[in-house]
Design a protein. Structure first.
Lengths: 262, 647
């Protein structure tokens, strides 16, 4: 039998908070592990009363959802925290934001509503914006059209188990090209698949189908994540928590005697 | 007009660097912006320092020495300091291709634009990385080729106590504690710049050479005799001292640095905050250069430690505090430190750790306090020598019975994993001395199983080759050859594996002998070794402390070809035993240790005689305190930890 530390078990989770944060600027080069370490330290500096796992090496209760790749910026990273004491979500957001480096911004913090399901089940697609410095719209546009018209575009992808061929076309549910100040921008919605298809893979696919080879490294930003709806848009994954909270407040309001309207 | 106008603007290279970062491994190590890092205005200060740790960021960032100087310098209103680290070959290749020079991570300024480039050498294996950084920075490799537009290259750290192998590449070396001398160097550079650089670079170096603790190699000539040994080292100016003495900071409580430890975004080798609880060591282990060159012992007080821990934890968010020193359990108040800190951080998951513990200083109460709020991971002891005989030779005396009893006590009290550190190739060592390590490990496991009633306890034996170092009693010793080391390690491995029932509870981690020979060449080398370093760098040598980058062949080829003209070779510098009166390359550099005392201690080592610690027994005249005007500063102070002021 595994040994247990002496003393009482750590206090349980009494509140779950769900966060959306951004990684920007220089910290787009931070990896998922780098950000996880920074978040854990920031939680300590911000004195957020985290719940800890039991055992000889207690860990704070933090669930990470699929992180944007190293090198990509993001406006929509999600994480769930388990707290051992209740706190006001907005206060936690502000304190954590202040404790993190300037290039990591905590944008939203909501309390997880009971019975609305797991956060992970509310994310199955990402919206990407990829800046292509040195590429003209006139080059990108036909490349995207050719890509969308293709049935399957196989690219070689480096995975843990070596190089693997993946289809970069199927997970892309929409893609378009626009011009901003002479720089071509690729917008696209990509479904979550295994192994993941990332902006780099789609760019490799554009090189394969249309020989599009950007002269400078492209800059990708994950603009949003969520569940793909019938219209091809992604829904806000924190929406159900917010809605439940509003509903809850509404019920409270309904239970109170109606106040006279001035 | 010989002087080129100084055009440096401190402009950020980041826009040019950023496109390259998308193409390299672990790019976050190059972006800076760490918690508690600082960027000061280029034009707001008189003197600008680039501080380099010549190894990868993940190794260099946690370095305490660099962190201390970074803060001390940045606290001065007239100075700024930024950090730079060795860049990996993938980025170095792209930087050369795109003309991006060596940069600091703080504001991505070109290293060549700074007034001073301070390089901290904890180990000699960083020398090729210095050359790589100079080359990437566009700074001439050879000090004599530099002019006033180039930074003054200053070496520091323990390896600077024999900077002769890099004498051609550095302008100065600083001996001893850096906290005060960096201020003195800043003052000299500032005055010289304000006077519009009179006398050019040579005058600046002459002024620096008159700062206590600063050695300027170019002002000393080295002559060699027909046997290849040094005949004389003589100053070639009459306005610089003939011997350079180390610097010593007294009263550590007045220097509570780092106050705001840097916290990297990238992973580093030490994921914890460190507080240096004392400096110096007088245990007298004869192999230990650090213990010899950092004397005397100067303790930080319990209260000083308490306030550094408090401030540091608040500033970093780390969950572990390392109580650092050369032998932390020897602090006169260690029991109280551990207990009162554990009381203070009760219930916060904040762990305390000591880097390693002397077998004779370990007790369960102390170990329990250290792990009370954190993780009871493992214990590390460093007996260093396998047999009692060899432990007398190295003056780290502990009996086999005591060792077994201590480790067994640890197992019986719930520790499952114990690490034991040893060295191989110590002076007078035989195969039998090393094979006793196997006996010891087997006995530790047997006794540990019995005492704890468990079969899942483990013992890891970690062993590496001994490298004789300057300013130690073993500075005269012949280093064991790589073949000897490898053969003894092979015997040890066989002995441990011979009893499978116990052997599977024993792990063996070892380093083979070849890198130690190169370290030996660089440690006890003289100026002639500079050619070897340069040749190795030109042949592609980088990151010599990393097995995947180290090439023994590259070093032996370079040594053979570059040293032949001098009539010496690799063995001459490494496996050769020196005689009493040979002039050693570092004899003109004064660590305070009396050379006659070192020789006597070497003779006593050969006679297997011990010497006691001068903290608890009378002075044995090593020479440091009278020469340097210093004294032992130890407690106990009799005071307690002050309560924390609520925030």
């Amino acid at each position: 039998m595994a040994r247990q530390p002496e003393g009482p078990p750590p206090p349980p989770t009494v509140q779950k908070l769900r966060l959306r944060y951004a990684k920007r600027g220089r910290l787009r080069f931070a990896s998922h592990r780098d950000l996880a370490r920074a978040l854990e330290r920031a939680l300590r500096r911000a004195q957020v009363p985290m719940a800890f796992s039991a055992g000889f090496t207690p860990h704070p209760k933090i669930s990470y959802l699929g992180a944007a790749p190293t090198g990509a910026a993001s406006e929509a990273e999600y994480v769930e925290l388990g707290l051992a004491e209740r706190r006001d979500p907005e206060e936690v957001r502000a304190r954590l934001d202040a404790a993190l480096p300037p290039d990591v911004a905590v944008l939203e913090c909501v309390e997880a509503a009971e019975g609305t399901g797991a956060l992970a089940d509310r994310i199955d697609a990402a919206v990407w914006r990829v800046e292509l410095p040195g590429v003209a719209l006139a080059e990108l546009q036909p490349a995207v059209e050719k890509f969308l018209a293709s049935g399957v575009v196989t690219v070689a992808k480096r995975t843990k188990n070596g190089l693997r061929d993946v289809d970069a076309r199927a997970p892309v549910t929409s893609a378009s090209a626009v011009d901003e100040a002479g720089c071509a921008i690729l917008h696209m919605v990509v479904r979550q698949v295994t192994p993941a298809v990332r902006p780099d893979d789609v760019l490799a696919a554009l090189a394969a189908v249309a020989d599009l080879r950007p002269p400078l490294p492209p800059r990708a930003v994950r603009a949003a994540q969520g569940r793909l709806d019938d219209t091809g848009a992604v829904a806000d994954p924190l929406g159900p928590d917010r809605a439940a909270r509003t509903r809850c407040q509404g019920e409270h309001a309904a239970a109170r005697p109606a106040e006279p309207v001035a | 007009m010989t002087r080129k106008p100084r055009t440096s603007t401190g402009e950020s290279l980041y826009p040019r660097l950023e496109p390259l970062l998308a193409q390299v491994q672990k790019p976050v190590q190059y972006v800076g912006g760490e918690l508690n890092s600082q960027v000061k205005g280029w034009d707001d200060v008189a003197v600008r320092w680039a501080l380099m740790y010549p190894d990868a960021y993940e190794v260099g960032l946690p370095n305490q020495g660099l962190m201390i100087l970074y803060e001390v310098l940045n606290e001065r209103p007239d100075a700024l300091a930024e950090r730079t680290y060795a860049v990996w070959p993938d980025l170095a290749a792209l930087m050369r291709e795109h003309g991006v020079p060596q940069f600091t991570v703080d504001a991505h300024r070109a290293v060549g634009d700074f007034d001073v480039l301070g390089v901290s050498f904890a180990t000699e294996l960083g020398y090729t990385n210095l050359l790589e950084a100079l080359d990437l920075a566009g700074v001439p490799l050879h000090a004599v080729d530099r002019d006033e537009t180039h930074p003054v290259v200053v070496a520091g750290g323990h390896a600077a106590f024999n900077p002769e192998p890099v004498a051609d590449f550095v302008d100065c070396a600083v001996l001893g504690d850096g906290e005060q001398v960096v201020g003195d160097v800043t003052d000299v550079v500032k005055a010289w710049k304000e006077q519009d650089r009179p006398g050019g670079r040579v005058e600046l170096l002459a002024r620096l050479a008159r700062v206590e603790g600063v050695y300027v190699p170019r002002f000393f000539d080295v002559a060699y005799g027909p046997d290849g040994a040094i005949a004389a080292v003589t100053p070639n100016r009459d306005d610089v001292p003939a011997r350079v003495a180390k610097r010593t900071v007294m009263d550590l409580d007045e220097w509570p640095y780092p106050k705001q430890p840097l916290v990297p975004m990238a992973e580093s080798v030490h994921e914890r905050m460190s507080v240096e609880i004392f400096r110096g060591c007088t245990r007298g282990c004869r192999f230990c250069q650090a213990g010899m060159i950092t004397r005397p012992v100067r303790e930080r007080t319990l209260q000083g430690i308490g306030s550094m821990v408090d401030r540091g934890l608040k500033a970093t968010g780390y969950e572990e505090v390392g109580l650092l020193s050369l032998s932390s359990a020897d602090h006169s108040e260690i029991g109280q430190i551990a207990k009162e800190l554990a009381d203070r951080y009760e219930g916060t998951n904040t762990g305390l750790s000591l880097p390693s513990t002397r077998v004779d200083a370990f007790n369960v109460t102390l170990a329990d306090e250290l792990s009370r709020n954190g993780r009871r991971s493992g214990l590390t002891f460093a007996p260093e020598g396998g047999s009692e005989r060899i432990r007398r030779v190295i003056n780290k005396t502990v009996s086999k019975e005591d060792l077994v009893r201590t480790v067994t006590t640890a197992y019986a009290n719930g520790w499952q994993q114990v690490k034991l550190y040893f060295m191989c190739g110590l002076p007078t060592e035989t195969d039998e001395d090393v094979l006793e390590i196997a006996d010891l490990a087997v006995e530790v496991i047997r006794a540990g199983r019995e005492a704890s009633g468990r079969r899942d306890i483990r013992c890891t034996v970690s062993i590496g080759g001994f490298v004789p170092k300057p300013h130690t009693p073993f500075q005269w010793a012949g280093q064991a050859s790589a073949e000897t080391i490898d053969a003894r390690l092979k015997l040890l491995r066989q002995a441990i594996n011979s009893d499978r029932r116990v052997g599977r509870s024993i792990g063996l981690r070892y380093h083979d002998g070849q890198p130690g020979i190169v370290e030996g060449l660089l440690s006890r080398g003289d100026r002639r070794v500079g050619r070897v370093i340069e040749r190795v760098w030109r042949d592609g040598g980088r990151f010599d402390g990393w097995s995947e980058h180290f090439s023994y062949q590259r070093w032996t080829t370079a040594a053979t070809e570059e040293l032949a003209r001098f009539g010496v070779d690799l063995d001459w510098f490494t496996t050769r035993e020196r005689t009493e009166h040979e002039i050693l390359p570092w004899d003109h550099l004064d660590s305070g240790l009396d050379k006659e005392w070192l020789w006597e201690d070497w003779q006593e080592a050969l006679a297997e005689e011990e010497v006691a610690d001068c903290r608890w027994t009378p002075c044995y005249d090593c020479g440091v305190c009278p020469t340097m005007g210093t004294e032992i500063q130890i407690g106990p102070t009799g005071r307690s930890l002050l309560p924390l002021t609520p925030v």
